[in-house]
Design a protein around this ligand. Structure first.
Ligand code: C5P
Length: 237
């Protein structure tokens, strides 16, 4: 796993579709870092993740755990055994749950390679109105995000998922070493899809993002390898 990287969101419904997509990267020097979310993991489970690891890919398993501490600890021990590179929980599960997640990972990670543990702060689909009217939280959204990030850091987590727009503030608040993993990335001349507040790979780099998560601009491109190379060039130069 590299220190800064582009993570491709493999939002596909099956192993067959995923492996067909990955053919685009065969014989290239750089193995992409892949994100596997609920859709693909619920369809194919650990065997696909193990296979991709054996093929040399780094894997961010994006399952966003949120349950009582004991359940999350046990689940994380299982995920550590699969050998993934990055996993996540919802910071809304609280400090005890986040600490339990870290313990679970450490208890079963291969020696010297504990997966990075990242917290989701607020989902980008959550609005200020929803916070106020449904969750009865009256604080401004940015304050809740920084508070969740601070709780995650204090619980020993490695970083957060956030918008690239928040990456600089998270680093100021929680330290430069605290990772920011940022979806919501688009090329300046690309389509937004359902993402609203986006940044380009170059802007995300300038904001200090550590990892950008890019799905459709790569998976939906005419030439995915070229789109990936463009992301790498813009984000890492
Ligand atoms: O296709 P696109 O580039 O929008 O994909 C972004 C990926 O990041 C998706 O897998 C999406 O679920 C994920 N994500 C996000 N916003 C968050 C958390 C995760 O877009 N706040």
């Amino acid at each position: 796993m590299r220190e800064k990287d582009v993570i491709i969101a493999c939002d596909f419904p099956s192993a067959a579709r995923t492996l067909a997509f990955l053919e685009n990267f065969r014989n290239r020097d750089r193995k992409p870092f892949l994100k596997i979310g609920m859709e693909l993991f619920y369809a194919e489970g650990a065997p696909l993740v193990r296979r991709l690891k054996e093929d040399g890919y780094s894997i961010f398993l994006d399952l966003k755990l949120h349950d009582i501490p004991n359940t999350v600890r046990s689940a994380m021990a299982v995920l550590a055994g699969i050998g993934v590179d990055m996993v996540n929980v919802h910071a809304a599960g609280g400090s005890a749950m986040m600490k339990a997640a870290a313990e679970g990972l450490r208890s079963n990670a291969p020696a010297g390679s504990c997966p990075k543990l990242i917290a989701v702060t607020q989902l980008t689909s959550t609005s200020q109105e929803m916070l106020r009217d449904e969750l009865l939280i009256n604080e401004p959204m940015p304050d809740t995000i920084m508070s969740y990030a601070a709780n995650a850091a204090a619980s020993g987590l490695d970083g957060v998922v956030c918008s690239p727009r928040e990456a600089a503030a998270v680093h100021r608040h929680c330290g430069d070493h605290f990772l920011t993993v940022t979806p919501g990335v688009r090329f300046a001349d690309g389509e937004l899809g359902d993402q609203k507040r986006v940044m380009t790979p170059a802007q995300a780099r300038e904001e200090g993002s550590d990892y950008i998560v890019v799905g459709r601009p790569i998976t939906g491109a005419q030439n995915p390898a070229e789109a990936y190379a463009r992301c790498i060039e813009d984000f890492l130069k």
